[in-house]
Design a protein around this ligand. Structure first.
Ligand code: SF4
Length: 382
């Protein structure tokens, strides 16, 4: 059944009902978190019946929920057509005083699988299945809050899929997430991450809302990037940089380059120097992400000394650089991992909390054949 959130609010079919019914329905969905139209008691009985027959609110059912020792919570949702989808709730890191801030970030997905095939990514391994609908995108926020009972801090579109490849659905979802009659999340608390779809970045730059933009860069030159990320063969770093500069010009400082560090691939000091030049040109902050190993893929997380050396080169050159703390390793919290393990593990999925199951040899064998990756030519890295 179609979610009422799959359509922009102006397109809801409410028959002859007056316009103020829309804000009443929004109040029930986003204010009171009611997902059953029959319980929206301020609506006339006939409208409730009509809505129940025609729409759902969201159709996500919880398949697995896991909590890692560091507090990272991963949700695997089952969609109405049986596809699996994941979202991750990430706690703030500990501050210098050792206290954890009461701020959480929810990382959500925009597609089932992903078509972009980045060589280090679990989502890319299983290919693209379909786009999520706006209702499924917003539904992840509603359902995660319902299950965790935590106030939401920030929202990042960094889960499965490429948000800008599902642009129309993203726009509708953002209208519900940002509007005062929806969840009212400020644009500056929303980060849209992209692999670098240049025309869509230009389009987003025209949007009046100033969303934060994160570019999955992962390599500081075209040669290395095109070996790690097929999209780089379509859009050069020069084209990507021009779109990013235009975005920052329109929105102010809100750009981050995400850089997954892969040992002996993109973590040499020369790479750091190239990366620093790009970041300073675009006015971007840098977020270094030690690789979260994926079962069946050959990449490794750099040793701490290599990571520190890389970060120091960037810091000395004047870049604003942070290192993302690896979170949720034990629960397959890297993009697409839980879904991947669930799909190839056969019977692996089980609803459990505060408990992590290590994949068996059978799981790993399944992953290996699912990956079908070609051996990486490490000579390219240096
Ligand atoms: S890193 Fe992002 S764009 Fe690349 S395959 Fe994974 S989900 Fe797709």
């Amino acid at each position: 059944m179609e979610s009422i959130l799959d359509r922009p609010i102006e397109e809801w079919d409410l028959g002859p009902e007056p316009l103020y019914r829309r804000s009443q329905i929004c109040h029930w969905i986003f204010g009171r978190r009611v997902t059953d139209f029959s319980q929206m008691t301020s609506l006339p009985w006939e409208l409730r019946r009509r809505l129940s027959e025609q729409y759902s609110v969201h159709t996500l059912s919880l398949e697995t929920r896991r909590v890692a020792p560091d507090g990272t919570e991963k949700f695997l949702w089952r969609l109405s057509d049986g596809q699996l989808l994941e979202s991750v709730l990430i706690p703030a890191s500990e501050g210098r005083d050792g206290m954890r801030a009461k701020r959480w970030t929810l990382c959500i997905s925009t597609q089932v699988g992903c078509a972009y095939g980045c060589r280090f990514c679990a989502s890319g391994l299983m290919g693209w299945k379909r786009n999520l609908t706006p209702g499924e995108i917003v539904g992840q926020v509603l359902a995660a809050q319902e299950h965790s009972r935590l106030p939401m801090g920030n929202l990042v579109f960094m889960g499965m899929g490429e948000p800008l490849a599902n642009f129309d659905a993203l726009q509708v979802a953002l209208s519900y997430l940002c509007s005062p009659w929806g969840l009212g999340i400020g644009a500056r608390r929303i980060t849209i991450s992209t692999v670098g779809l240049v025309p869509k970045i230009w389009q987003l730059a025209e949007d009046p809302r100033a969303f934060r933009l994160a570019i999955s860069l992962h390599a500081p030159n075209d040669a290395l990037r095109s070996k790690l990320m097929p999209i780089a063969r379509k859009y050069s770093l020069q084209e990507l940089l021009e779109a990013c500069i235009a975005y920052v010009r329109n929105k102010g400082p809100c750009l981050t380059f995400e850089y997954i560090l892969l040992e002996h691939v993109n973590d040499y000091p020369d790479h750091a120097r190239e990366l620093s030049a790009l970041a300073r040109r675009a006015g971007a902050k840098l977020n270094l992400i030690p690789y979260n190993p994926v079962q069946g893929l050959p990449w490794k997380r750099p040793r701490p000394t290599r990571l520190e050396c890389f970060r120091d080169v960037l810091a000395r050159s004047g870049c604003e650089v942070t290192v993302r703390q690896p979170k949720g390793d034990m629960i397959e919290a890297a993009c697409g991992q839980l879904r991947l393990v669930s799909l190839v593990g056969g019977g692996y999925v089980e609803a459990q909390q505060d408990k992590c199951r290590i994949p068996t040899a059978g799981d790993r064998q399944g992953l290996q054949s699912a990956a079908e990756h070609k051996p990486f030519d490490r000579s390219m890295s240096k």
